[in-house]
Design a protein around this ligand. Structure first.
Ligand code: M6R
Length: 369
């Protein structure tokens, strides 16, 4: 049932083009409008919402961090993201105008469940983004968007994460459409781009061999590994680090690239491996800022492994290794940038001889608080 792969995790990494296509399937009406059939909250109610709060744990929380950038940009509704375990215990400000979005692959995570129970007690409306039909979290929510990724067996989330990000984009675009926001007009173009993402993810997988080679080489050292990103690349960096901690048992940290000078740059030594997620070149300064971060850490001896759009000469000039990413807009880049980091962790853990699907101390769904 691993379909020729050594691990469920690897199988699930390679299933991602299909999983993402399945999340996107059947979401458009004949009139070219986004439809979220399962969303049993009326457009009127969604127009009244004045704040969105996303609650989740682990990788699902990082998917929520990506979502915040997209949802705020497209809808202009303020969106917070919070760890479910923190949310519940700090008396959060929520009311009937708050839309709580909860993200959970399993739909059984205790911290997340407690958070939505609390939100519903405050009369907030709750939408669950979930991969498991009929699980407790969607049952206790007002509405659900299923990710349709198929069962995820590996403890380290891969296709679960990617499809959660897609479902969050769908929700953001739907809200923009319903609320008639400026970006409502752009929904079409973004949807077209979303539909092209499965092929782009496939292209990343087709070119994965150099990433595997790097992983096998790095499996021979116990060096800490760092991940840098900015904007939506920041949660991708956090996700890359989490994968490595979970299955390779390595010290791995993700940082916001802009925070380097505020502390983390002190840990950079000669040959410290640092992955950097570079946003596409564009109108804003994001790209150039990250490129100058690469220059800074390289000057201090870091071994830079740069994930950048193919043909990005500026980023390549400071890279010890380049992992090329297909062209796409900044907001959608996590869908291609996360994939090599998952594959890297899987291969490195395999080379170290670990049980990739069932890493030590971890359970697939954490049903105690
Ligand atoms: O099932 P959930 O999405 O609620 O799970 C949340 C986390 O426990 C989960 O993402 C965990 O961090 C994974 N092992 C990450 O790979």
């Amino acid at each position: 049932e691993k379909q020729g792969h050594d691990w469920f995790m690897r199988k699930e990494i390679f299933e991602q083009p299909k999983a993402v296509a399945d999340t996107l399937l059947g979401r458009w009406s004949d009139r070219g409008e986004l439809v979220l059939d399962e969303l049993r909250i009326s457009p009127e109610e969604l127009r009244r919402i004045n704040k969105i709060v996303i609650v989740a744990c682990g990788s699902s929380f990082y998917a929520g961090m990506v979502a915040k950038y997209a949802i705020e940009h497209w809808t202009r509704v303020a969106c917070e993201v919070e760890l479910a375990s923190e949310f519940r215990y700090r008396d959060p400000i929520i009311d009937p105008m708050t839309l709580v979005v909860t993200i959970s692959q399993s739909g059984e995570t205790a911290d997340t469940l407690m958070a939505i129970r609390h939100a519903r007690e405050q009369q907030a409306r709750v939408i669950a983004i979930c991969n498991t039909n009929g699980a407790t979290i969607p049952r206790e929510s007002d509405a659900v968007i299923y990710t349709h990724a198929g069962p995820e067996i590996g403890v380290a989330s891969t296709k679960g994460f990617l499809t959660q990000v897609v479902a969050c984009y769908l929700l953001g675009l739907y809200l923009a459409q319903v609320r008639g926001m400026k970006y409502g007009d752009e929904v079409h173009a973004i949807v077209d781009e979303l539909n092209s993402m499965p092929d782009k993810i496939q292209a990343v997988l087709d070119g994965i061999e150099p990433v595997y080679k790097l992983a096998r080489k790095m499996a021979m050292s116990e060096d800490a590994v760092f991940f840098l990103g900015r904007h939506v690349g920041y949660p991708v960096a956090l996700e890359g680090a989490l994968k490595l901690k979970e299955i390779a048992y390595l010290h791995a940290e993700g940082f916001a690239a802009g925070e380097l000078k505020h502390g983390p740059i002190a840990v950079i030594e000669q040959d410290t491996p640092v992955f950097v997620v570079v946003p596409p070149e564009g109108r804003d300064q994001l790209h150039d800022k990250v490129v100058s971060n690469i220059e800074e850490i390289r000057a201090r001896g870091a071994r830079t492994i740069v994930l950048a759009e193919e043909g990005d000469a500026a980023a390549e000039s400071f890279a010890d290794m380049v992992i090329p990413l297909p062209k796409c807009s900044t907001l959608l880049q996590p869908l291609v940038a996360a994939v090599p980091l998952q594959a890297f962790a899987c291969e490195l853990a395999t080379a170290k001889g670990h049980d990739v699907d069932q890493p030590r101390n971890l359970a697939k769904s954490v049903t105690v608080e």
